[in-house]
Design a binder for this molecule. Sequence first.
Ligand SMILES: Cc1ncc(COP(=O)(O)O)c(C=O)c1O
Length: 417
Amino acid sequence: MTDRERHRPELDVDFVRAHFPALADGWAFFENAGGSYVPRSVIERITTYMTETQVQPGASYAPSAAAAERMTQGRLAIAQLINADADEVVVGPSTTANVYALSHAIRPWFEPGDEVVVTDLDHEANNGAWRRLAEIGAVVKEWRVDPATAELDPAALEPLLSPRTRLVCVTHCSNITGTFNDIAAIARVVHAAGGLLFVDGVAFSPHRAVDVRALDVDFYGFSPYKVYGPHLGVLYGKREHLIAAQGQNHYFFRADEIPDKLAPGYPNHELTAGLAGIADYFDQLHARHFSHAPNTFHERACDVYRLFADHEERLADRFAAFLASDSRFRLIGRTGGAADARAPIFSFTVRGMKSAALPPRLEAAKVAIRNGDFYAIRLMGALGLDPGDGVVRASMVHYNSAEDVDRLIEGLEKSLG
Ligand SMILES: Cc1ncc(COP(=O)(O)O)c(C=O)c1O
C-alpha cells in the first residue's frame, strides 16, 4: 500500500450530493445501474453548447469553430477517463448501438467456422449482435455461469478456446450481481489463444477506474449516462483494430479516419460536448479531497474512483448484512461488500412474493428501486428465475448516502412485515 492510499480521505458525501440537482427531489435513488443522475457541470456544458454554439461544427466562423472545440474536449475527457487516445474512442448513441456497429465492422474478419465466445451472464447488448455472427458462418460458443455462484468460472474459458477463436465477449461487471470479472487475466488467456477480447464495461465504469491499456483489452464499451454523464455510448478499440475494421459511415471515409468512420451519422453534438462535464465534476471532487493534483486527468480520476470504492464498500457491507439477516431474501451472487470484488449492485428475490410486487410498496417512502430482467434474460434462465418477473435490483453509486441505505432497509422491512 502506498502512502497516498494509506492516507486516503473519506468521500465527502454532502459535497458530492450538492453537485446533483436531481438529488434535491427527496428520493433515495437505487436505479443507478439503469442510469445515473448528472452533476451540474454536465448540464452546464450541454446548456452552454446549445445556448452559444448550436450550429454545424467545424466551419471557420467563430461559433462553429467553438462548437467543434467543445465536442473535441468532450471526446478527449471521455478518452482520458479510460486512459485511451481520443482517436481510439468512438462516441455513439449507446453501447448497444456501438456493439451492433462494431459487430458489422469486423464481419470481414470471420471465415466460416471461426469462433466467437459469448456468455449467459452478460446483458443482451454484449450478446445478440455477436451471436448473429452465426449468419456469416461463425460458430458461437457460450461461456456459462455456474448456477451455484452466478459467476463465470475462469477455468471454464480455456476449454472453449481454439485456434479458430476470433473473439471473446464478456462483461467487466454483471449488471445483476455486481461481481467483477478479472479482465486482465481473461485478456492474457484470450490473447495466448490468438483471439481478441471485447469487454462490456457499462456496469463497471460508474464504480471503478478503467485503464484500457493496463487491461490490454482489444475493445471496451461503456455508457456515459451511467457514469454521471449524458445519454451516449463509448466504444474503445486499439488503434490498429479500428483501422482494420470495415467503416460503417459513408463510403468516402478513409480506412484511417478513426474514429469517425465507425460512427455512422456522428454522435449527438451537444451531448458529446457534455462529456467534458464528467471531467469537470471529477476534478472538483479531486480538488476537494486532495492537496496535490497529478498531471493527467486519468490519474486524478483514479484517485477519485478510490474514494468511491471505499464509500461504496461501506454502503454495500451494510446492505449485504441486512439481506443476509433475513432468510426470506435470496441474494443473487456473492454476499459481502468487498470493493475489490464487486460494485454495490444488489439483485434479490423474496420468498413467496413476486418481484414486481415489491418496488411499488417502497414508493410512499420515496425509495426508487425496480424489478425485471434488466436485459440479462439469459442469466435469468441460467439461474432458474422467471424472466418476466425477474429480480428486484437496488444499485448504489457514490452519491448514495448511508441514510439512503437506511431508508431502503426500513422500506423493505415495512413492506415484508
Ligand atoms: C451491463 C450492461 N451492458 C450494456 C448495457 C446497454 O447499454 P446501452 O443502454 O448504452 O445500450 C447495459 C444497460 O443497462 C448494461 O447494464
